[in-house]
Ligand binder design. Structure first.
Ligand code: ADP
Ligand code: MG
Length: 734
């Protein structure tokens, strides 16, 4: 290896075959678990450690304990049960005694655990004829029966355990041996941080960190090694976001909107005249006064919109907190300067609903327009979805191009079908929490290309799936965040009950009947059927028939599911809104945004099949007026996770609290799965526990991008490992 300090990019170019003990067979085995080079080895972190000085002895084990026991295989036999199932029985011993391990249907264990193998067994200790036993435990082979690679004298008191590599035929012990060699081969590792920077941040050197995490001498070394490597992971991520931001800003051609900030303070006493802004006229005449939180976020939005840099803002607000009113005010502010707005919804049902409510809200407003008789016309709100007929569609497209349409509502298709604008000023995306960074970048570029004015529209992304601040910094690090943390006045918390017994279920249906009798309406949500909308629809049809004939006999029960035509869906929603239907049996198509104030009960069947965020969204379909609302969860979850979710829902109405629970249940991996990123870049970091490091990495990344310097060059070089080539070309071209 060279004299030049070794960068991560360099190490990723050194194949594992450079390590003498790794031949063809092991190269293939390692490759099968994604390890091809020295960097892969170094970042194959221990799954856990055994502290040899603090091991549980077999003799200390009690029945019912969950334990990890280290021992040597003394005897192994295999037989078949009368039903023909393979049963493998193992006797494991250490100095403290011996115990029995039984595997059902895992014949391969016989090959994995020959006599002499030393392994860790994780599981629950039970009693079998007076002897301690574990059934189907998790096994980590530490030392194989033969062919040890590692020099036992070099291993400290703390032994790293690597993820089960049983399938690849590698023991944790062998993995440790390869990693030892990878460590000795990379003594001259480059550290992009200077000694001074490290001291300031309280971090150890990079090479030392890799040593500490793989071969810690004590617990504190494991922690300091991990800290440095977690920082590096966050730093890379935040650098990408900071570079992306710089790129956006340097190439942007934003609009300085003429936002009437003074109109927000609610002094409705001010006399209106012909010159009053639309925003002022709207807010003065609207049936609700803004909540304090709505006003605050509008001030933040106004500031962004008035600046020459395009807005990139995420608006978080719990279900029912009134995000639509905020969006409409911002769209009217855009119109005040003569610019158009787009409101994009994830479903047609929601787009139609927005259309109806926006039209209602702006019905009294007019705008100046020299091209029409009298120089004035009503604010024009139009819709573009798949169901809009060709002729109407053409009219809307013409209006957008000439500027006679002010606001257009629609689904995703809005920006992908040759839609052109006179001057697009604002893009609002509603309820689209699964929108990735890349898609937002595309949207922005599209906006400019499709607008005759060729300027960058401001962007406002709205979500009711609140996520904790630290996660938001990772997922939406390129967005500024505003939060509506207050509900409109007079809202009562929704009473949520988990109905399981016959009695509770009877009460649930009685509640539906009572509420309908009192002039209100109900939703019944049918179970989610994974992967098949057709089956889901069928079951909804059956459920509706069943309910109409039994529990809800005598009520008018409608049906809404994803397989219905747009036209039908719209009619059903209109009937439900108008009160011609008392109950709507629906699949999750109503999950997002549907707003029918009179609906006061929602029954969710097989509730455990839905994710927590989704359940909270569903529940948010009720509780939209000052009447008391109710939510009934039905079904018995097959797992503990499911129980925790339902119980959390019963206990709180607060979306932010639920988001915390959700984060604890899900691994960060799933959360990051939402990012469309090539390579997994958070191997060690935990969004939940490492928030402080994330904050300092973000600050460091920002200052680094501002001041440039050697470290930036080195880091950009290693960022190439973590982003795909298109993205790299976009981010790093100077
Ligand atoms: P979400 O944030 O979930 O999108 P909506 O925008 O649909 O919520 O608003 C929920 C309900 O609250 C709507 O019926 C809306 O008319 C009403 N609302 C919005 N703002 C206010 C306010 N300031 N005062 C009273 N009601 C409001
Ligand atoms: Mg909404």
């Amino acid at each position: 290896m060279t004299d030049q300090p070794q960068s991560l990019s360099y190490l990723s170019g050194v194949p594992v075959t450079r390590i003498p003990s790794i031949g063809e067979k092991r190269t293939a085995a390692l490759s099968s678990i994604g390890i091809n080079n020295i960097l892969d080895l170094l970042t194959h972190y221990p799954r856990r450690y055994i502290n040899r000085t603090r091991r549980v002895d077999l003799s200390d084990l009690r029945i019912g304990d969950e334990a990890a026991v280290f021992g040597e295989v003394e005897k192994i036999t295999s037989r078949r049960s009368r039903q023909g199932k393979v049963i493998v029985e193992v006797t494991v011993s250490d100095e403290g005694g011996s115990f029995r391990v039984v595997f059902f249907n895992q014949g391969w264990r016989e090959r994995q655990l020959p006599v002499g193998v030393q392994a860790l067994f994780f599981g629950k200790v039970t009693d079998y004829k007076g002897k301690r036993q574990m059934t189907n435990p998790v096994v980590d082979v530490i030392v194989g029966a033969s062919g040890e690679e590692r020099d036992p004298s070099k291993v400290g008191r703390i032994v790293p355990i690597y993820a089960a590599t049983g399938k690849a035929g590698l023991t944790s012990w062998e993995m440790g041996g390869f990693i030892d060699k990878a460590l000795s081969g990379s003594r001259n590792m480059l550290d992009p941080l200077t000694e001074e920077e490290r001291a300031q941040l309280g971090l150890v050197e990079r090479r030392e960190a890799y040593r500490q995490i793989h071969l810690p001498n004590d617990d504190s070394e494991e922690a300091t090694g991990r800290k440095r490597l977690v920082f590096d992971e966050f730093l890379r991520l935040q650098l990408i976001l900071a570079l992306r931001r710089r790129r956006l800003e340097s190439s942007s051609a934003g609009i300085r909107h003429d936002f009437d900030l003074a109109a927000l303070d609610g002094s409705s006493g001010d006399a209106l005249d012909d010159d009053s802004s639309l925003v002022r006229r709207f807010l003065t005449s609207h049936r609700y006064a803004l909540t304090a939180a709505q006003r605050r976020v509008l001030e933040e939005i106004a500031k962004d919109m008035s600046s020459a840099l395009p807005m990139h803002r995420l608006l978080q607000g719990d279900v029912g907190s009134g995000k639509t009113l905020v969006a409409l005010t911002a769209m009217l502010a855009a119109r005040d300067g003569g610019h158009q707005s787009v409101l994009m919804a994830p479903t047609e049902v929601l787009a139609e609903q927005h259309l109806a409510s926006l039209r209602r809200d702006v019905s009294a407003l007019s705008v100046k327009d020299d091209t029409v008789l009298g120089g004035e016309r009503p604010v024009s709100v139009q819709v573009l979805t798949g169901r809009v007929k060709a002729k109407d569609r053409q009219a809307v497209l013409d209006g957008l191009l000439t500027g006679s349409v002010d606001i257009v509502v629609g689904t995703h298709a809005l920006l992908s079908e040759g839609v052109r604008f006179q001057s697009l000023g604002l893009i609002v995306i509603d309820e689209q929490h699964r929108f990735g960074v890349e898609q937002r970048a595309v949207l922005r570029d599209e906006g400019r290309a499709r607008s005759v004015a060729a300027r960058d529209a401001d962007l406002l992304v709205m979500t009711a799936t609140p996520i904790p601040r630290t996660s938001a910094m990772v997922l939406f690090g390129d967005l500024d965040v505003s939060v509506i943390d207050e509900m409109p006045q007079g809202r009562l918390p929704i009473e949520t009950e988990w109905a399981q017994s016959d009695e509770e279920i009877a009460r649930c249906w009685q509640r539906v009947r009572d509420e309908v009798a009192a002039g209100r309406r109900a939703y019944v949500i049918c179970p989610l059927v994974e992967g098949s909308e057709k089956v889901e629809a069928t079951s909804a049809v059956e459920e509706r028939t069943r309910l109409a004939l039994n529990e809800l006999r005598g009520l008018s029960v409608g049906l809404l599911h994803g397989q219905m035509k747009s036209q039908e869906k719209e009619e059903v929603m209109a009937q439900f809104r108008a009160g011609e239907l008392d109950v709507l049996v629906a699949t999750v198509v109503i999950e997002v945004g549907v707003d029918v104030a009179e609906a006061s009960v929602i029954v969710i069947e097989d509730a455990w099949r839905f994710g927590l965020a989704q359940l909270h969204q569903l529940r948010g379909r009720v509780g939209r007026s000052d009447a008391q609302s109710y939510c009934y969860l039905r079904g018995t979850p097959p797992s503990e996770d499911g129980e925790v979710r339902l119980q959390a829902l019963v206990e709180t109405n607060d979306g932010f609290e639920l988001a915390e629970v959700d984060l604890q249940l899900r691994r960060e991996g799933t959360l990051l799965g939402a990012r469309q990123q090539g390579r997994s870049d958070l191997k060690l970091a935990s969004l939940k526990d490492d928030g402080d490091l994330l904050v300092s990495a973000r600050a460091f990344a920002t200052s680094l991008v501002e001041r440039g310097g050697d470290a930036l060059g080195d880091l950009i070089d290693e960022l190439r490992l973590f982003v795909d080539s298109d993205e790299a070309a976009y981010l790093f071209r100077s």
